[in-house]
Write a protein that binds this ligand. Sequence first.
Ligand code: NI
Length: 130
Amino acid sequence: MRVERFNAAHRLYRKDWSDEKNREVFGVCANPNFHGHNYKLTVKVTGEVDSTTGFVVDLRMLSELIKSEILDRFDHQNLNLDTIEFRELNPSAENIARVIYELLKPKLDQKLELKILLAETENNIVEYPA
Ligand code: NI
């Protein structure tokens, strides 16, 4: 399990809804000028311990992978404006966790299981797969 943090701005908003409807569903998260979160990302990898190394996964490799695939892509970005992944996809914590899973999964040994925990605030935490 590896814990990392990143900061990013976002806005929850659907272009096909009126401003009133967006405000009703997403509350202050729909504010037009964006807002930021300090995301806490926990990447949990489970599987058999490799008898040669004694590791399930090399945490240094995992840390480098999270940096290159996730932090370099999302840290200090405006998710709606600066990233391809969320240009059309609402950057909710649920969607961010799923995107992170999909970016990391193909880079890991297929035998390993991956779970993403993403805390948007101390109190709001999502996991993928649920
Ligand atoms: Ni928000």
